[in-house]
Ligand binder design. Structure first.
Ligand SMILES: [Cu+2]
Length: 410
């Protein structure tokens, strides 16, 4: 991902009072505390200090004059996404790509995202692992109203803490994340202990996820049909309010919900309303939205280190295994590990990120894949799924002569 051009409109500017005014106009109750770092925390004797997750800057601030703000435009629309040749699904795409564009910013600068929803559904962006002010957390009907059709919401927060993070929609996540609403968010530290320990030039970001194409297609189809009603709602605020309450199942509090059920309200999960339901039956497993053999290879040369950022963006755990090498697990959920761990298979659980360093020590063409074997199939057919290759650019010069072959059937 990082080697590619970023399909995201991006501007950087130094903050003026205008941005503070913007924060106020968003209804963000940002306190005007000073920009100095939070109190320094002393080291305990065993190296663990319960205070050391204190953010460098109090989250509830707004940009001050002279602080850098990176502005991004993200539009959400419906696109057709091809997982592998012959398999296309309707997807919710941030700026037209599945997953959304990688956002990369320096630590402690500000991020301003203009999120425009061009679909007829409600969506948000949740900034996973970021110490945002509460109002910027992107939880619909939790920290904000869902962003409705043709509405724009401005997310503003300081980029902290550094490391590999990601973003995703927090509305109907079971469907929306499968349909493509996630992307990597990389916050680059001023000084990177990982780069110091393992100098590297190239790096890759791998968002791991899975999809039940039958479920996504049928639900997206249903949603496309409902668009007419949603469009009408959008044109009539009164109708929108009425329909939202009924369709979305929104209540003032738990008691109101319990009372409504007593009064005959049928919740959406009741069999009489939902019919026969079943959990997703995942049939395609993806790296950056593509299944093998369409996944991008990891390129390396002998003697080179590469950094690979693994993002557990979906809802299944994955166990990424590299052939012919050990690698170093150097960072977890964005935080550098005090003691990197040497391994050849790393679990990547939903919602977590793990960074590894691969050292170019064994020229050749090596498989790198989820070792949970279901995930190396495409709709049950091996090989496929969550698999790519570590490819040495200098393999042939080093005497490796293996046939280059693309296999889609065993
Ligand atoms: Cu969404």
């Amino acid at each position: 991902m990082s080697d590619k051009s970023n399909p995201i409109s991006r501007r950087s500017f130094l903050s003026t009072a205008g941005v503070s005014g913007l924060a106020a106009s968003m209804g963000v109750l940002l306190k005007g505390s000073t920009a100095q770092a939070a109190a320094k925390t002393p080291q305990s004797t065993n190296g663990f200090n319960p205070k050391d997750t204190v953010p460098a800057y109090p989250p509830r601030q707004s940009p001050k004059a002279g602080e850098k703000v990176h502005e991004f435009d993200i539009e959400l629309d419906i696109s057709v996404h091809e997982i592998v040749p012959g398999i296309k699904i309707h997807a919710f795409t941030y700026n037209g790509t599945y997953p959304g564009p990688e956002i990369r910013v320096p630590e402690n600068d500000w991020v301003l995202v203009n999120f425009k929803n061009k679909t007829a559904e409600f969506h948000t962006i949740h900034w996973h692992g970021i110490m945002v002010p509460n109002e910027m957390d992107g939880v619909p009907n939790g920290t904000q109203w869902g962003v409705g059709p043709n509405q724009t919401f401005k997310y503003l927060f300081r980029a902290q803490p550094a490391g590999t993070h990601f973003y995703h929609c927090h509305n109907m996540t079971n469907l929306h994340v499968q349909a493509g609403m996630f992307g990597a968010l990389i916050i680059e530290p001023k000084e990177d202990p990982i780069k110091k320990l393992f100098p590297y030039q190239r790096e890759y970001t791998l968002c791991l996820s899975e999809v039940d194409t039958i479920m996504v297609e049928s639900q997206m189809e249903k949603m496309l049909k409902e668009m007419t009603m949603m469009k009408k709602m959008n044109e009539s605020p009164k109708l929108m309010k009425e329909m939202n309450g009924r369709m979305m199942g929104w209540f003032m509090n738990k008691k109101a919900f319990v009372d409504a059920v007593k009064d005959g309200y049928i919740p959406p999960y009741a069999a009489s309303r939902a019919g026969i339901t079943k959990p997703p039956n995942f049939n395609f497993f993806m790296i950056n939205g593509k299944s093998y053999p369409m996944t991008d290879e990891l390129m390396i040369r002998s003697g080179e280190n590469i950094r690979v950022r693994l993002v557990g963006a979906g809802m299944m755990p994955h166990f990424m295994h590299l052939h012919g090498h050990d690698f170093w697990h150097v960072s977890q959920d964005g935080s550098p590990l005090a003691n990197p761990v040497r391994m050849n298979t790393i679990p990547v659980f939903p919602g977590t990120t793990s960074d590894i360093i691969i050292q170019g020590t064994n020229p050749g063409f090596w498989h790198f894949h989820d070792h949970s074997d279901l995930s190396t199939t495409n709709n049950g057919s091996f090989p496929g799924g969550m698999m790519t290759m570590l490819m040495y650019e200098d393999a042939k010069q080093n005497g490796v002569n293996v046939p280059e072959i693309v296999q889609v059937s065993s």
